[in-house]
Design a binder for this molecule. Structure first.
Ligand SMILES: *Cc1c(COP(=O)(O)O)cnc(C)c1O
Length: 427
C-alpha cells in the first residue's frame, strides 16, 4: 500500500494500525488468486465483445420506442446478444422485470401447469421465492401452490452437496415432476456456491433419468465468475437480475431469462400475457444502459470477486470464520462472514454503509422487509437503489449472525469498505 493512502485511511476513516497491518498481509496473500480471475475476466470480455459485433450493434439500437413497443430493435437485438453470450437459443432481457425475483417467477409460472411439481434440489430456495412457490406463509396472493402447482424439496446432504440418491428416487417415482430448481449462488445460506461444472454434472444426472424435465437454474450473482454459464452445460432455462453482475452497475433496473426457445417463450407469456409474450413492451430509452452494462459486466463482476477474496482473507486473519475461503474456487460474488455475535454483525454492516459513496451519513438498522421472514439489516449506499453489484452487505438477524458481503464497482472501493468495517470491530 502506498504510504500516502495509509495516511489517508488513518486521517479520514481512523483506520487503526492493526487493521492496516492485516490489510497488507491480506493483499499479499490474495494476489495469486486475483490472477485466476483476471484470466476469466479477459475471456468473458472477449465473449461479450464478439457477441456485440456478431449482432452488429449500432447507435440505432439505442433509440426509444413507445406505446406497444412493436419492433423495438434495441430490445430484440439485446435479447440476441444475451443469447450469444449464454450460448443458448433465446433470451428475454427486460427493464419490465422489477427484479430477479420477478424474472424467476415468470420463468416458473410460465413453465409449470396445474398438477405439475417443482422439485428444488438445493434445499430451500432463496427467501424471496417462498411466496412465489407458496411456502412463504402469505395466503391468497396467487402463488404457484394456489394454482395447483406442487412443490417438493431435497435438502443438501451433510457435506452440503446435492443428495443425488434422493434426487434419483424422486425423479423415478414422481412423474408429476416437471421442473428441477437449482440455485447457483448461496443466498442466505452457509454453503459454497455451485460451480458451473457441478451444475453440469447434476443436469446430466437429471436428464439421464428424465430427459423431459426442465432444468432451471437461478443464476443470480453468478454471471461472469466463470468462463462458462449454466446454459453451456445443459440448463434449459436460467434467470437473473440486472442490478447484480450482468447489469455491470449501469443497468437501472430489470431482469433476464435465457435458455431453450420454447421455455423462454413460455416465460415471456407470463412477463406480459399469453399471445403477446416478448413482442411488446416499449423500453423507455433505457436500452443503451442495458447494452453498456452488459459490456462492462465481465470487468465489474471480477472487481466484486476481488473484493470478496480480499474480505475473506482479511476477516480470516482477524479471526472470523468465512465462506468461501480466499483460496476456494468461486461461482458467485458473495462472501459470508460468521460473527457469532449480533453486535459485530451490525457494526460490520454499518461500516459498509459508512464507506458508501451514496448515503454514507445514514446508519443502517435491522428492519422487516417484504419477502423476508427474519428482520434484515442491509448496508447499501448505491447509485441504483438496492443494487448489489455495488458494494453492499446484508444479514438476516438470526444466529449464528452471518453477514453476506457482495459487490463493489471497483475493487478499491470494496477494499476501503471492508477496512472501515473491520476497524469498527477491532477497535
Ligand atoms: C438476489 C437473488 C434473487 C432475487 O433477486 P432480486 O433482484 O433481489 O429480486 C434470487 N435468487 C438469488 C440466489 C439471489 O441472490
Amino acid at each position: 500500500m502506498f504510504d500516502i493512502t495509509k495516511e489517508q485511511l488513518k486521517g479520514i476513516y481512523h483506520i487503526n494500525d492493526e487493521t492496516l497491518h492485516l490489510y497488507e498481509q491480506a493483499i499479499e496473500d490474495s494476489n495469486a488468486e486475483f490472477r485466476v480471475y483476471d484470466e476469466i475476466r479477459e475471456y468473458n470480455q472477449l465473449k461479450v465483445l464478439a457477441a456485440f459485433q456478431a449482432e452488429r450493434i449500432s447507435d440505432s439500437h439505442f433509440t426509444n420506442s413507445s406505446g406497444y413497443g412493436y419492433g423495438d430493435i434495441g430490445r430484440d437485438a439485446l435479447d440476441r446478444v444475451y443469447a450469444r453470450v449464454f450460448n443458448c437459443e433465446s433470451a428475454l432481457v427486460r427493464p419490465h422485470f422489477v427484479n430477479g425475483t420477478h424474472a424467476i417467477g415468470a420463468a416458473l409460472f410460465g413453465n409449470l401447469r396445474p398438477g405439475d411439481t417443482m422439485l428444488s434440489i438445493c434445499g430451500t430456495p432463496y427467501d424471496t421465492l417462498h411466496n412465489i412457490i407458496g411456502i412463504g406463509g402469505n395466503k391468497n396472493i396467487g402463488s404457484l401452490s394456489e394454482y395447483g402447482v406442487k412443490y417438493k424439496q431435497i435438502d443438501l446432504n451433510k457435506n452440503l452437496k446435492i443428495d443425488l440418491p434422493s434426487v434419483k428416487e424422486q425423479l423415478e417415482n414422481d412423474k408429476t415432476i416437471k421442473l428441477v430448481h437449482i440455485q447457483r449462488s448461496t443466498g442466505y445460506g452457509w454453503r459454497k456456491s455451485l460451480l458451473v461444472s457441478e451444475i453440469g454434472e447434476i443436469i446430466a444426472y437429471v436428464k439421464e433419468l428424465r430427459p423431459d424435465v426442465i432444468c432451471f437454474v437461478d443464476n443470480c450473482y453468478g454471471e461472469f465468475i466463470d468462463t462458462i454459464e449454466p446454459t453451456d452445460v445443459g440448463a434449459d432455462l436460467i434467470a437473473g437480475s440486472l442490478i447484480k453482475n450482468i447489469g455491470g452497475g449501469i443497468a437501472p433496473a430489470g431482469g433476464y431469462i435465457a435458455g431453450k426457445k420454447s421455455c423462454v417463450e413460455q416465460a415471456a407469456y407470463r412477463l406480459t400475457i399469453p399471445g403477446i409474450g416478448g413482442e411488446c413492451g416499449s423500453t423507455f430509452g433505457v436500452m443503451r444502459l442495458l447494452f453498456q452494462g452488459l459490456f462492462l459486466a465481465p470487468h465489474v463482476a471480477i472487481e466484486a470477486v476481488k473484493g470478496a477474496i480480499f474480505c475473506a482473507r482479511i476477516m480470516e486473519l482477524a479471526g472470523f470464520e468465512v465462506l468461501p475461503k480466499y483460496t476456494d474456487k468461486r461461482s458467485d460474488i458473495i462472501q459470508a462472514i460468521k460473527f457469532n455475535n449480533k453486535e459485530n454483525l451490525i457494526q460490520f454492516c454499518k461500516g459498509i454503509q459508512a464507506g458508501s459513496p451514496i448515503d454514507s451519513f445514514v446508519e443502517c438498522e435491522p428492519w422487516d422487509m417484504p419477502g423476508y421472514n427474519d428482520q434484515v439489516i442491509m448496508a447499501a449506499g448505491a447509485f441504483v437503489q438496492g443494487s448489489s453489484i455495488e458494494l453492499s452487505a446484508d444479514a438476516p438477524i438470526r444466529e449464528p449472525y452471518i453477514a453476506y458481503l457482495q459487490g463493489g464497482l471497483t475493487f478499491d472501493h470494496a477494499k476501503i469498505g471492508t477496512l472501515i468495517s473491520l476497524a469498527k470491530i477491532i477497535k
